[in-house]
Design a protein around this ligand. Sequence first.
Ligand code: FAD
Length: 386
Amino acid sequence: MIRLKISEETEKFRQEFQSWLKDHRPPEIDSDCSLETFEKAGRQWQRELASGRWVAVHWPEEYGGRSLSLVEEAIVQEELVRVNSPQLLGLFGLTMVGPVLIEHGTAEQKKKYLPSILNADEIWCQGFSEPGAGSDLAAIKTRARVEKDGFYITGQKVWTSFAHIADWCFLLVRTSDHEKKHKGLTYLLVDMHQDGITTRPLKQITGDQEFNEVFFDNAFAPAENVVGEVGEGWKIAISTLMYERVVLTFARQLQSEVALSQLLERTAGDTDSAQQLMLSGEVAKACAVRALAYKHLLDYAAGKKPGPEGSLDKLFWTESFQSISRLAMEFDGFDVLEGADSASAGSDVQRYLYSRGRTIAAGTSEIQKNIIAERLLGMPRLKYSE
Ligand SMILES: Cc1cc2nc3c(=O)[nH]c(=O)nc-3n(C[C@H](O)[C@H](O)[C@H](O)COP(=O)(O)OP(=O)(O)OC[C@H]3O[C@@H](n4cnc5c(N)ncnc54)[C@H](O)[C@@H]3O)c2cc1C
């Protein structure tokens, strides 16, 4: 794995974490284990990491982090991958709603929610997409009626990862009609354990059931659970997506490095020149993806706020992950795909199937390209029908 080495200090930080990891081993979770086992092991592992103060090290110290930069956060992610740690159960809290609350939340919200995000006492899910609103997120129709005591929510979300185990949801709802559809949206923190919320798991191409449909039938969120202002939810939603494309993307892009290392190991000394050419192409791309991700991390460490450049990281790692996974299947032969799902078919098939969704989740490749064209390259904005 290409490793980030910035200074003696960051290297010392890495060594400290490596030595902690020698005494604290991550759980070995089978891909076909029950949801209960997955959840229990995931909570315990995150708690253990939190007790050593190894989660969200880039959060300010007053909220349970170490006030370090995203470079140290990236080092933690790299070392977790090195020891085969499963993805942290509370990743959406740690990488999305946590940073958003630190930036936009009230003092009470920070006090109430941040500690239990760190130690996985409470798991969060992201309630943005709807059957008619994915790429065009501002088209959401889930409504909240605003009353004196709070918000009464009715509508449907879809593709909500981890909703079936989540305690809380950061939810984008429409609170008023406006001629501009991104106006009149509000960002709410919603308790998932209440009457009026029904969660139905959806089976994925991998055979897993990571995401869900979520139905709201007059579900309630008290007035103090708004983040930002009523009607100003679009701003907070965009801020969430920026964080998603930085921290979460970095954590996830390490998956493609693992896939590539394993493929190189497995095929070493057993490839013809055409295959060697394809493999070296993937290595070159992986180095470029990594260099770009590091460049952005260093910019953030120097004080820059996450912006549209996160779309470059998101686009390139997901496309590279797909092509590495596809190449592995070319070596194996695609006939192993027949009738396969993740539980039965082994890691190459699982990874190949799983990689398909990565260019869709957190904004499709086409949407990332639009953002790059319009917001980074300054090309003319496409006019969509409102
Ligand atoms: C594994 C996975 C996990 C997910 N988890 C969550 C979650 O936890 N919470 C959540 O809220 N959502 C989640 N999503 C949903 C995800 O954000 C949406 O699927 C995504 O934004 C795309 O929206 P859509 O599915 O409605 O597709 P659509 O927006 O209908 O897009 C269909 C196709 O049209 C293309 N397209 C659309 N508009 C344009 C345009 N303007 N220019 C060019 N091409 C365009 C798209 O690129 C795509 O190819 C998840 C999705 C996946 C796959």
